[in-house]
Design a protein around this ligand. Structure first.
Ligand SMILES: Cc1cc2nc3c(=O)[nH]c(=O)nc-3n(C[C@H](O)[C@H](O)[C@H](O)COP(=O)(O)OP(=O)(O)OC[C@H]3O[C@@H](n4cnc5c(N)ncnc54)[C@H](O)[C@@H]3O)c2cc1C
Length: 442
């Protein structure tokens, strides 16, 4: 009996598990076990839509037990990995005992967490957008801000409550800023004392453009669309601190740029100024990811916290350990193509790793990882998006529809696909829900 142990129930871990199940469904000699701290797979690209209430919270998660057929599943937090003793220790709730699992083949697919680049006060005071919990907290926070601002009699305080800053001009930041801006506009009618000029959503990035992985004209289109919709952009600005009241900025170029839609001008007009700080009580941090501490402190060779793997996705030192998804990095000396840390790549890693595990167990030659980048798409608020696939670039409504179709097809279960589709359609006819649940951060 050979034991294959997979750590992490995200895009990479689940894909690898299902692929292995398809190879070994009738093989009693192969035992597959999956461990993950949540008992569901989270569809991260739709997290901003959960934060804005376009999609119901549970509709972007699929329980792992409904997907697997042969594998054993542990909902548990992994404590440590011992590649010398070929074992992994894990713990479920505080009440139960620590469990030790042995393996013949280990797959590490533990993803990443938010990177605050060592800025402790940002970590303590900011909201992030990496888990379902983050999206729920943020949604409640925004509704609470609207509730408080509605009855605030001091106009300066009211404006300060409604100043929301999103940091990070990648997918997560752009989509979060767009979704929150739409949400606030959509629910404005319930808050008659709040004027649209009281609300500011600002997106900050340390580089001079947003959505840097896209062709430049699409990134520029996205920038202009955000500005047109009233979102301010502060570019070339790195955040250095956030104490819960003010975010401090620093520019590599000694001057950052602010693009905003001045309401006294026609829509789309941009103003260029410079700023060093923004007073805000709500900062949403989406500006970076880093592997989980368990990996950083493990016995494996890492670069920037990611496990260094060879072209077959095996750890450099342990050929029976495969590392895939966000938490792995190809050995730089191999001069492999560079791939972004995305769900698309995580799933491609998983397919190659599963096939290589089969080859490894059969003592056959392994295949090198290769992948033809298909392209990417992003939405920038209601009915607008950008998409770039196989050299074809589109922007606007069709890109938005493409995004929806593409991502809908990627959700694992038919049941959840249908629920998301219904949510999107109901959103066309009904008003957004503004009920707030008192779920605290700690
Ligand atoms: C808001 C947002 C939007 C995004 N949009 C896109 C997009 O549009 N397109 C795209 O391609 N990518 C997108 N991504 C990136 C994509 O989500 C990641 O690249 C992808 O999730 C990586 O897959 P993974 O399997 O490596 O990690 P994950 O999917 O993060 O899975 C890691 C798993 O490991 C588990 N885990 C971690 N530590 C432990 C532990 N100690 N014990 C037990 N379990 C543990 C986690 O619970 C999780 O199940 C987005 C990400 C975010 C946050």
């Amino acid at each position: 009996m050979k034991k294959i142990l997979i750590l992490g129930g995200g895009f990479a871990g689940i894909e690898c598990c299902l692929k292995l199940e398809s190879y070994y469904k009738n093989d009693a000699e192969i035992d597959i076990t999956l461990v993950s701290e949540d008992n569901f797979i989270l569809f991260t690209p739709m997290l901003p839509q959960v934060a804005s209430g376009t999609i119901e919270t549970r509709h972007i998660v699929t329980p792992i037990r409904t997907l697997i057929k042969k594998s054993k599943f542990y909902e548990a937090k992994i404590r440590s990995i011992d590649p010398y003793g070929k074992s992994v220790s894990l713990i479920g709730t505080n009440e139960n005992r620590e469990t030790l699992l042995n393996y013949d083949i280990l797959v590490i697919a533990l993803g990443s967490k938010t990177n605050f680049f060592g800025m402790k006060n940002v970590e303590e005071n900011a909201y992030s957008m990496n888990s379902i919990n983050d999206a729920i907290l943020l949604r409640n926070r925004i509704i609470d801000l609207l509730e408080q601002a509605e009855n605030e009699t001091d106009p300066v305080l009211r404006k300060s409550l409604l100043r929301i800053v999103v940091v990070g001009g990648g997918f997560a930041g752009v989509e979060t800023a767009g979704e929150l801006n739409d949400f606030i506009n959509d629910v404005a009618e319930y808050y008659p004392n709040i004027d649209s000029s009281d609300v500011t959503v600002t997106l900050i990035d340390s580089s001079s453009e947003i959505l840097s992985g896209f062709p430049q004209h699409l990134a520029v289109f996205a920038k202009e669309k955000l500005i047109e919709r009233g979102i301010s952009l502060v570019l070339d600005a790195g955040v250095t601190s956030f104490d819960g009241n003010e975010v401090l900025l620093e520019s590599k170029l000694k001057s950052n740029k602010v693009f905003s839609n001045d309401s006294s001008q026609k829509a789309g007009h941009t103003q260029l100024t410079e700023i060093q700080s923004i007073p805000t009580h709500t900062l949403i941090w989406t500006a970076g990811i880093t592997p989980v501490d368990l990996i950083k402190n493990s016995a494996f060779e890492t670069i920037k916290g990611r496990i260094v793997v060879n072209e077959f996705l095996q750890s450099k030192e342990f050929s029976d350990v495969f590392a895939i998804g966000d938490c792995s990095l190809f050995d730089p000396s191999l001069s492999m193509k560079k791939f972004p840390q995305t769900a698309q790549i995580a799933e491609a890693h998983a397919k190659t790793a599963a096939s290589n595990i089969r080859q490894f167990l059969n003592r056959k030659t392994l295949s090198k990882f290769d992948y033809v980048w298909k392209g990417q798409s992003a939405i920038i608020g209601k009915n607008t998006g950008i998409a770039s696939f196989f050299g074809i670039n589109i922007a606007g409504f069709f890109a938005f529809i493409l995004w929806r179709n593409l991502y809908l097809s990627k959700i694992r279960s038919f049941d959840k696909k249908l629920r998301v589709l219904i949510d999107w359609n109901l959103d066309l006819f009904f008003k957004r829900d503004i009920s707030r649940f008192k779920i605290s951060k700690k």
